[in-house]
Design a protein around this ligand. Structure first.
Ligand SMILES: C[S@@+](CC[C@H](N)C(=O)[O-])C[C@H]1O[C@@H](n2cnc3c(N)ncnc32)[C@H](O)[C@@H]1O
Length: 278
């Protein structure tokens, strides 16, 4: 598999359904009973396979609100795989000391390899890692367009490098900080991806105007009451003049991006062409 996050795992791909969702169809499976979730798998739904030592952490917050409703409706499905099942020996050990010495433990190649090869799904194979390419909206869109994603949640000092090399796993980071495990990163990335699936959000427009969708940060939002602790809603927003409102929002969006994210602003100017970039 390639390092390119836009690679959707063609080697594993089955045809992407044109329409689907909601109908239960349970396929035959050779996988051990324990690695199956109690939820019957939906044949054509966007699927997240999560390899983790903490399968009970899922769906976690993804079971709430819009992503939770979409999960119930079968618009996407979750396949948590308990890494412990593949552990070695009486204690089902999944980790061992680092070759060459040093602090901490490393997840074993053979254990993780088995979990990856058991019941594979189409789509990118990703290891959540602070060393990885930073996750962003573009990656969420790429994943959302594909059939699903397999996310490997590390623990301890991480996973044996040979697994990454052997399967051509992409490393993806939530940000420049170190957490104790990949589960929170997995949920954050899945949330961003699932909300881009058709029919998950009530109002399709909301993904078109929000931050990053057009290369800019979103304009400020206001609602009732019209006056709060002496602060009023900007007059233009209550004017009812749609053209002026759109103009004001675009200007705010540009100003905020320029102030807060000079990197995004520069990219935006370059995309607008030479006149604007001057
Ligand atoms: C303590 S971390 C390991 C850090 C690793 N020794 C290093 O220095 O890069 C344990 C696990 O948490 C997850 N993790 C920690 N920070 C992360 C981040 N910023 N993005 C994604 N996953 C992260 C990874 O799966 C990692 O294997």
């Amino acid at each position: 598999m390639s390092e390119d996050p836009s690679d959707t795992g063609a080697h594993l791909r089955r045809p992407i359904p044109t329409k689907s969702h909601g109908r239960l169809s349970i396929g035959a499976s050779l996988k051990p009973r324990e690695v199956m979730t109690d939820r019957p798998m939906l044949k054509h739904s966007w699927t997240a396979k999560i390899i983790t030592l903490f399968p009970d952490a899922f769906p976690g917050v993804l079971g709430e609100s819009l992503t939770g409703k979409a999960l119930e409706q079968g618009l996407w499905q979750l396949k948590p795989v308990d890494l412990r099942i593949f552990g070695k020996g009486k204690h089902r050990d999944v980790d061992d000391t680092p070759a060459g010495g040093g602090a901490g433990m490393v997840i074993r190649a053979d254990v993780l390899g088995e979990a990856i090869e058991t019941d594979p799904i189409p789509g990118p194979l990703v290891y959540l890692s602070p060393r990885g390419k930073r996750f962003d909206q573009a990656m969420a869109k790429t994943w959302a367009r594909g059939p699903g994603v397999t996310l490997i949640c590390g623990r301890f000092e991480g996973i044996d490098q040979r697994v990454i090399d052997h399967y051509g796993i992409q490393e993806v980071s939530l940000g420049d900080f170190v957490m104790t495990g990949g589960e929170i990163a997995a949920q954050a990335m899945l949330d961003a991806t699932i909300r881009l699936q058709p029919n998950v959000l009530g109002n399709a427009e909301s993904t078109e105007e929000e931050s990053f969708s057009n290369g800019l940060l979103e304009h400020p939002q206001y609602t009732r009451p019209a006056t709060w602790k002496g602060h009023t809603v900007p007059e233009v927003l209550t004017s009812g003049h749609h053209g002026k409102i759109a103009e004001w929002r675009a200007a705010q969006s540009q100003q905020l991006t320029q102030e807060r994210r000079p990197d995004l602003w520069q990219e935006y100017l370059e995309k607008q062409g030479p006149k604007t970039a001057e």
